[in-house]
Write a protein that binds this ligand. Structure first.
Ligand SMILES: CC(C)(COP(=O)(O)OP(=O)(O)OC[C@H]1O[C@@H](n2cnc3c(N)ncnc32)[C@H](O)[C@@H]1OP(=O)(O)O)[C@@H](O)C(=O)NCCC(=O)NCCS
Length: 400
C-alpha cells in the first residue's frame, strides 16, 4: 500500500511530538522550546506526517531581508528536524520542499536559514548567502583613551524595541543580509538566555547614535547581546564603555559581521592579544522567485547596466529561465525573456539558483563563482555582474 505523506501546519495537540523532535534534533530542552513557541506562536510550526504520524517538523515565519538598501520579502526557516527513527528515507527533503513550496505560494522571494548539514539544503537550491561572526577581545584591548566629550552613555529600559528598531534601520539600509526583526527575534536579541539584558544608549548632542545591550558579567566573561553603532562617536563610546569592564571580566563577546566597527577601531591588534574571531557561521539563501528577488533589492545608485541571466532551478523549473536585468538609479527592472534573444553588450551569465543566491547577496563575486565552476559567462558579463551585485559583505547577528 502506498505511503501517504502530508506537509502542513501543526496544531497545539502536536506540540509534545514537535518538542520531542526538536529535542532529538538540536538538544533543545522543553523549556526553551516553550519559550520559542510563546514568542513566535504555534502558527510558525509545520510538520510532515507519514500515514498521519508526525515524522518531521520545521518553523517558518515571514520577515524582510535587506539587500542593496531595500527590503526583500523573505521567509526565515529554523528547527528542521526529522525523527531519528525515520531519517535517511527522504523525509528531510520532503519537509524542506514543503517549506519552500509554501513560501513560494505566499509570495516570498527568498528563504533563509542556518544549516546544520549542507547537502540537504544544497539539493533544495540553497546557496551560501552570508555570515555571522562571533568576535571576542579582552576588554583592555578596546581601551582607547578618554571617551568623546560630546557623548554620553545612558541606561535605558529595554522594554520597547521600537526606538532601537528605528536606530537599527540605518544598519539595514547600509548593510547587506540583515533581517527586519519581529517581536520574537527582538526578544532573542535582547534576552538571549531568556534573561533581559541591560540596555545603554550611546548619545550624541542630538540624541542616540547607537546602543549596546549587555548581559550580567558571568565567569569573567561579558556577552554583548546586541549592539548598533551608527557613528564614530557611538563606536568610541562603546569602546570606552566595554573597556570599563576590564576589572571584572577577561573576555568580551559579541556578534557581528566581517566589517565590525569595534574590531576596526580597537587599538590593540590581534597579534597583541586584541580582537579575535572565535567562530564564523554561514547562513544559506534560497531564491524562491527570481523576478521578485531581483526587482525588489536595491543596486549601486551610480550604476547603469544590463545583464542577461540564464538561471536553472531543478526543484522549481518555473522559477528558472532567461531574465534580462536592467539596473539604473539604484533600482532593478526584470523581464523574463522568451523567444528570440537579443544579447546585451555584456552577454549572458549562466548559473543555477544556488549560485545566483551567492551572487545576489554579494557573499561571493561573479569572478570567483566562475573560477570555481559555479557560473559560466564571458569576461564582460562577469565584470558587469561584479558591479551590479557589489556591496558590503552580507551578514547578520541573528541566529535562528
Ligand atoms: C538533517 C535531517 C533533517 C535530514 O533528515 P532525513 O529525513 O534523514 O533527510 P533525507 O533522507 O531527505 O536526506 C537528505 C540529505 O540530508 C543529508 N542527511 C541525511 N541524514 C543526515 C544526518 N543524519 N546528518 C547529516 N546529514 C544528513 C544527506 O546529505 C542526505 O542526502 P543523501 O541521502 O544523498 O546522503 C535529519 O538528519 C535531522 O533531523 N537531523 C538533526 C537536526 C538537523 O541537523 N537539522 C538540520 C538543521 S538546519
Amino acid at each position: 500500500m502506498a505511503v501517504r505523506m502530508d506537509f502542513g501546519p501543526l496544531s497545539p495537540a502536536d506540540l509534545d511530538a514537535a518538542a520531542a523532535l526538536v529535542r532529538q534534533g538540536f538538544g533543545i530542552p522543553r523549556e526553551n522550546f516553550e519559550r520559542s513557541i510563546a514568542l513566535f506562536g504555534t502558527d510558525v510550526l509545520r510538520g510532515l506526517r507519514r500515514d498521519g504520524q508526525l515524522v518531521g517538523c520545521a518553523a517558518v515565519w515571514p520577515m524582510d531581508q535587506w539587500f542593496g538598501g531595500r527590503p526583500v520579502p523573505a521567509h526565515g526557516v529554523a528547527a528542521v528536524a526529522v525523527d531519528p527513527a525515520a531519517r535517511g528515507r527522504g523525509h528531510g527533503s520532503a519537509l524542506v520542499r514543503g517549506v519552500l513550496e509554501e513560501a513560494r505560494a505566499s509570495g516570498a522571494a527568498l528563504s533563509v536559514l542556518y544549516p546544520a548539514t549542507l547537502a540537504l539544503y544544497a539539493r533544495a537550491g540553497y546557496g551560501r548567502g552570508g555570515v555571522s561572526f562571533d568576535w571576542s577581545a579582552p576588554p583592555a584591548a578596546l581601551l582607547d583613551g578618554p571617551p568623546p566629550g560630546d557623548g554620553t552613555v545612558m541606561r535605558a529600559a529595554p522594554r520597547d524595541a521600537t526606538p532601537l528598531a528605528a536606530l537599527r534601520r540605518r544598519v539595514l539600509e547600509t548593510g547587506n543580509g540583515l533581517v527586519e526583526r519581529n517581536e520574537g527575534l527582538w526578544s532573542f536579541a535582547l534576552c538571549p538566555d531568556g534573561e533581559p539584558s541591560d540596555l545603554f544608549l550611546l548619545n550624541g548632542p542630538d540624541g542616540p547614535e547607537g546602543y549596546v545591550a549587555v548581559g550580567a558579567p558571568k565567569r569573567r566573561s561579558l556577552v554583548v547581546a546586541d549592539i548598533c553603532l551608527l557613528s564614530r562617536r557611538a563606536a568610541k563610546l562603546a569602546l570606552g564603555f566595554l573597556a570599563g569592564y576590564r576589572a571584572q571580566v577577561d573576555r568580551l563577546r559579541w556578534r557581528g559581521g566581517p566589517d565590525d566597527p569595534l574590531a576596526l577601531l580597537a587599538p590593540a591588534p590581534a597579534a597583541a592579544g586584541g580582537v579575535a574571531v572565535d567562530a564564523r557561521e554561514e547562513w544559506l539563501l534560497r531564491i524562491l522567485d527570481v523576478e521578485r528577488a531581483l526587482s525588489t533589492r536595491g543596486y549601486p545608485a551610480a550604476l547603469t547596466a544590463e545583464l542577461l541571466l540564464d538561471v536553472a532551478d531543478p526543484l522549481f523549473p518555473a522559477n528558472g529561465g532567461l531574465f534580462r536585468l536592467f539596473v539604473s538609479g539604484g533600482r532593478g527592472g526584470v523581464q523574463r525573456v522568451s523567444g528570440p534573444v537579443t544579447l546585451p553588450p555584456a552577454g549572458v551569465l549562466s548559473l543555477d539558483v544556488a549560485a545566483l543566491a551567492t551572487l545576489y547577496s554579494g557573499h561571493r563575486g561573479a569572478a570567483l563563482l566562475r573560477q570555481v565552476g559555479l557560473l559560466e559567462g564571458g569576461d564582460d558579463a562577469v565584470a558587469t555582474a561584479s558591479l551590479v551585485f557589489a556591496g558590503p559583505s552580507p551578514w547578520m547577528p541573528d541566529r535562528f
